[in-house]
Structures are given as structure tokens and as C-alpha cells.
Design a protein around this ligand. Structure first.
Ligand code: CAA
Ligand code: FAD
Length: 379
């Protein structure tokens, strides 16, 4: 077993770390406060190749592996989880979905600008009445011969307002249940497609979450991804990789809070000594460090399995379940270690605590990850 990172992986991690400090940290508190999308920062991440990290250079990507992706997601998320979720959705849901399952036409037209970061993508599965229960799609796509007509509403869509390219899951034949679901590429600006107001969220407030409405949106047949009826399998397959990204996001939120806590514990004095010399604080730090390391190993293992063409759905569910629990637990303790200062915005840990919560909800709640893991265990 080799736990060493390659030269290239170390370089990529350092580049992400430097970017997070130089470009994401300034203004992160204000962006959170005002729900401001990190547009400039995302543009720069695109120019540096982080938005199409795992896409082959043939399609405008950086051709890196999933292990590098975990390292980058951790570094960006230590500082700004609102920016890192854009990186996650664009890379592991939209770009991966198009590169792995899209047609040549779809790769040329849509994947290349997405991988280069010239435009941003969104992945639209959830609906007002269908979140965890993802097979019960109400959005319909009627086959009209050379095109489909899409009607319905999608909810909670990350990059909903800023994206240009949307992968939309819809029911084409209700009689076939999940075998009658398809995935379509929808462009911003198509007639009948409207974006609802931005959601006012607890955490990842810089990210851009909207509902989307489709009213007789005419989508050409060449924009359907894969064979007829492939849409639900498509969504499940790409979520396996997406969950590695969100697991690494949770890992980064936890390790960011941990690093701030170590530094603060050495500086803050009580009863004549740094609080780091109280055993109660030392034991909190020991628990944090251990759980973060376990979460990191689960994330890297899931990524390694993906890189080595082995099944990774169960490993990614475990990584997401554990890393998101770790993010929640660690950030709550980080606020505690900071005392009253942890409760105000300047010290960052209260934001990390609010950001941690979403990692237990999106891309499958913790309960859904347990369903995936227990089904594998009982197979
Ligand atoms: N790979 C391939 N196929 C899969 C699969 C996988 N990982 N998981 C399930 N399937 C297939 C099954 O084999 C089955 O097909 P067959 O009937 O042909 O065998 C079909 O899908 C239905 O599967 P189930 O019977 O297991 O379906 P279910 O109704 O019991 O639900 C579920 C399964 C795992 C709970 C699924 O609905 C699920 O993952 N729900 C959570 C949805 C989710 O994660 N949403 C995230 C939205 S994106 C997002 O959130 C982005 C963001 O925030 C940034
Ligand atoms: P529900 O499915 O209604 O679940 C409610 C509760 O019941 C949860 O605790 C759940 O775990 C539990 N539960 C449900 N069914 C079961 C069961 N069978 N067994 C045990 N417990 C169960 N979706 C997208 O498609 N694209 C996006 O880009 C996207 N971005 C998001 C961004 C944000 C900020 C948020 C909040 C959500 C986003 N989502 C997105 C939606 C997200 O994936 C869903 O919110 C999530 O899958 C849960 O669905 P739900 O909200 O409908 O909750």
C-alpha cells in the first residue's frame, strides 16, 4: 500500500492552497454576509484549469486524477465552501457526466467550454416533491419526434442563476417508472426556461441556489444524453463521483476549522496559560485530528478506486457519510474552543459550522448514504 502523493499531486495541492489563501480568503466573510457569488474567483479557477480538472486535455480539461480532485476540494473548502461547491458540481456532475456518457456532438458543443471554465454547468435532479426519492420525477419530457418538450420545476439547483448549461433529468414515459427517465442538456435562454429567485440559505451563502421552471421548453433530440431510458442510471452513476467531491468538501470544512482551532488554542490564554495546555482542549483537538484523518483516508480511497477503474459507489457513500459527520462535529467543537470569539463572524469558525450542515444534506442525505451502504452490506 502506497500512501505517498506524487510530485504532480503535491504541486496541484499547493496551487489550490495558495489560491485559497490569496484569492478566496479576502472577502469570504463579506460574500457570506451578502450572499455574493464569487464570480471573479470562479473565473480565475477556470483559467487555472480547476473547473475541468479531470476532463481529458482533448476536451479542454486538465487531465488530472480523482485523488488530485480530492486534494483540491479539501484546500478550497478549508477557506470557502461556497466556491468549492461550484468546482464540485462543474467537475464531477456536469463535466464527468458529459465526458463519460455524452455524444461527440455534446462533448464538442458543451463539454469543451465547461471544462475550460468559460461557462458554468448545473445538474438538475431534485424537485419540490422529489429529493431523496429521486425516481418520482414530476418533470416531464414529451417526445415530439425531432425534439422533446420539457415541463416542470426543479428545486435547489446549485449554480441555478449563473450556469449556462444545465443537465435536466425528466420523466419521458411514466409507465416505465425509472426506466422511462432521461437526461437532457438545456441551455440558458431556451424559450420557456426561467430561473426562480435565489434561496436565502443558512450556509454556503455565496453559492447560487435557485428553483428552475420549464414551460414547453423545446430541446433538440441530440441533447438527450445516452440511450432512451438511461437518465436515472446516468444520475446515479455520476452521483457516485459527485459524492467524492462533497465528501472532500466536508473534509476541507473540518480541517479548516481544526487548523484555526489549533492556532487559536496556542494563542488564547486562560488561568495563566494558553488554553492549549488544558487537557479538555487537547482532547478535543485529538478527536478532531483523528476523525479528520479517517475522513481523509476514506475520501482518498474512494478517489483511488475511481482512478483505478474499480467500483467506488459504496466507498464514496461511506466517505460522504463520515466526512460530513466529521465536518459537523469538528466545526461545533471549533466554535467551542474559540469561546465567545467563535460566535462572531471575524473568526471564521461560525461560518464553517453553518457551511458544514449542507454536506449532510445534498448529493444524498446521510440517511440516503446509509441506505446505499446497507444495501451493499446486505447484498
Ligand atoms: N449505479 C447504477 N445504477 C443504480 C445505482 C448506481 N449507483 N443506484 C441505483 N441504480 C439503479 C438500480 O439498479 C435500479 O435499476 P434497475 O431497476 O434496472 O435495477 C434503479 O437505479 C432504481 O434503484 P433503486 O431501486 O435502488 O431505487 P430507490 O428508489 O430505492 O432509490 C436511492 C435509490 C439510492 C435512494 C436514490 O434515489 C438516491 O440516490 N437518492 C438521493 C438523490 C440524490 O442524491 N440527489 C442529489 C441531487 S444533486 C445535488 O444534490 C447536487 C448538489 O447539491 C451540489
Ligand atoms: P427529503 O427527501 O424530503 O428528506 C427529508 C428527510 O427525510 C431527510 O432527513 C431524509 O434523509 C429523510 N428521508 C427521506 N427518505 C428517507 C428514507 N427512505 N429513509 C430514511 N430517511 C429518509 N439538487 C440537485 O438536483 N441539484 C443541485 O445542484 C442541488 N443543490 C442543492 C443545494 C442546496 C443548498 C440544497 C439545500 C439542496 C440542493 N439539492 C440539489 C437538493 C438536495 O440534493 C436535496 O435537498 C436532498 O437530496 C434531500 O432531498 P429533500 O430536500 O427533498 O429532502
Amino acid at each position: 500500500m502506497d500512501f505517498q502523493l506524487s510530485e504532480e499531486q503535491l504541486m496541484v495541492r499547493q496551487a489550490a492552497r495558495d489560491f485559497a489563501q490569496a484569492e478566496l480568503k479576502p472577502g469570504v466573510i463579506e460574500r457570506d454576509e451578502h450572499q455574493k457569488f464569487p464570480a471573479e474567483q470562479i473565473k480565475k479557477l477556470g483559467e487555472l484549469g480547476f473547473l475541468g480538472m479531470m476532463v481529458s486535455p482533448q476536451y479542454g480539461g486538465s487531465g488530472l486524477d480523482a485523488v488530485s480532485y480530492v486534494l483540491v476540494m479539501e484546500e478550497l473548502s478549508k477557506v470557502d465552501a461556497s466556491a468549492s461547491v461550484v468546482v464540485s458540481v462543474n467537475n464531477s456532475l456536469v463535466c464527468y457526466g458529459l465526458e463519460k456518457y455524452g455524444s461527440d456532438f455534446q462533448k464538442e458543443k458543451y463539454l469543451i467550454p465547461l471544462a475550460k471554465g468559460e461557462v458554468i454547468g448545473a445538474f438538475c435532479l431534485s424537485e419540490p416533491e422529489a429529493g431523496s426519492d429521486a425516481t418520482s420525477q414530476h418533470t416531464t419530457a414529451i417526445d415530439m419526434g425531432d425534439h422533446y418538450l420539457i415541463n416542470g420545476t426543479k428545486n435547489w439547483i446549485t449554480n441555478g442563476g449563473t450556469a449556462s448549461t444545465y443537465i435536466v433529468i425528466a420523466q419521458t414515459d411514466p409507465a416505465k417508472k425509472h426506466h422511462g427517465i432521461n437526461a437532457f442538456i438545456v441551455e440558458k435562454g431556451m424559450e420557456g426556461f426561467t430561473v426562480g429567485p435565489k434561496e436565502n440559505k443558512m450556509g454556503i451563502r455565496g453559492s447560487d441556489t435557485h428553483s428552475l421552471m420549464f414551460s414547453d421548453v423545446k430541446v433538440p433530440k441530440e441533447n438527450r444524453i445516452g440511450e432512451d431510458g438511461f437518465g436515472f442510471t446516468f444520475a446515479m452513476k455520476i452521483l457516485e463521483g459527485g459524492r467524492i467531491g462533497i465528501a472532500a468538501q466536508a473534509l476541507g470544512v473540518a480541517s479548516g476549522a481544526y487548523e484555526l482551532s489549533v492556532q487559536y488554542a496556542k494563542e488564547r490564554q486562560s488561568f495563566g496559560k494558553p488554553i492549549a495546555q488544558h487537557q479538555a482542549i487537547q482532547f478535543k483537538l485529538a478527536d478532531m485530528a483523528t476523525e479528520i484523518e479517517a475522513a481523509r483516508l476514506l475520501c482518498l480511497q474512494a478517489a483511488w478506486l475511481k482512478d483505478n477503474n474499480q467500483p467506488y459507489g459504496n466507498a464514496s457513500a461511506m466517505a460522504k457519510l463520515f466526512a460530513s459527520q466529521t465536518a459537523m462535529k469538528t466545526t461545533v467543537e471549533a466554535v467551542q474552543i474559540h469561546g465567545g470569539y467563535g460566535y462572531v463572524k471575524e473568526y471564521h469558525v461560525e461560518r464553517l459550522m453553518r457551511d458544514a450542515k449542507i454536506t449532510q444534506i445534498y448529493e444524498g442525505t446521510s440517511e440516503i448514504q446509509k441506505i446505499v451502504i446497507s444495501r451493499e452490506a446486505l447484498k
